[in-house]
Design a protein around this ligand. Sequence first.
Ligand code: SAH
Length: 360
Amino acid sequence: MCSALADLIAAEIRAGGPMDVGRYMALCLGHPEYGYYMTRDPLGVAGDFTTAPEISQMFGEMIGGWLADAWDRAGHPSPFVLLECGPGRGTLMADALRAVRGVPGFVEAAQLHLLETSPVLRESQARALAEYDPVWHDGLDTVPGDVPLFVVANEFLDALPVRQLVRRGDGWAERCVALENDSLRFVEMEANSDVCGYIAPELFVPEEGAVVEVAPERERFLGCLYKTLLQQGGVALFCDYGYGCPGYGDTVQAVRGHGYASVLEAPGEADLTAHVNFSDVSRLALEAGLTVHGSTGQGDFLRRLGIDIRVRRLMERATEAQSAEIETALERLCGDRQMGRLFKVMAVCSDPSVELVGFA
Ligand code: SAH
């Protein structure tokens, strides 16, 4: 373990004692100088992982259709803020907006806003989305809050840090990162009552040693987003690796070069994510007074939106090799053993009378 970020983390632990997993994730991913997303474009074959929009244009096209439909059902407000959180290379949004060019008024009414902290990825987004004149934000507080909001976030919530509590006796310890002989190690520390307050109320009493993840950062983010949605009206669509009912277990994982890596080995050099607890995303929305649709599996969602029809269209003009590629992409996006089930889709909406497509 030797890098500028590793030194920085070690120094912080020497000064302040073991650091919680959330702080560790936040530094590894988002340290302004050395954080994983600050220093590289991690996507695609040459990077560390591939996301749905990078697998096929069909993903962004389906999401574009969904957004335009939701906008229409919500009374086609004009203007409106079209916000993407964590847009990666801008591929999803470019495919989405190209696909809905024919929807009267949609692109004209949309003011494109991008929530993105990575300077490297902002450059890719600027290239992919130049014609739509996007405005970038570091946080939600600067996104205009005076018109309706249509939001999409694919593999964004899983990048927001979680903290890990471990059941010990009839209480909780917190899993933290400590320093031992100059190497990082997990240890358990006494958990403070603030962090225990994030444990979902419906969670049944876990076994000794069970790990429960809580996500104060995600809750803060969602709380802020939901407040604006309620005030201005609109919808948000979340797609992520996650689970639909409350559960527990350690889901923090590191991915590097398209394979699993050790979470502690090379801070800032691997992507770190934690599965999204969609029951929290939903509970917070209901508490805020919003309507929740889903979650549903990504495969079912895309099929309900008509991805099979899109596949047939694309194949009409495809060579044999292209047809095989389209088939493979469909399987990767929708297959039960690929992204179809593990990835979940959930929408929240300010207006309970609006029906949204894609959900059972
Ligand atoms: N949605 C894209 C990229 C997913 S990777 C896709 O599907 O291809 C996660 C994205 O979220 C990256 O763009 C990353 O830079 C951004 N991101 C991660 N943490 C963030 C934070 N705290 N604030 C804003 N953006 C963040």
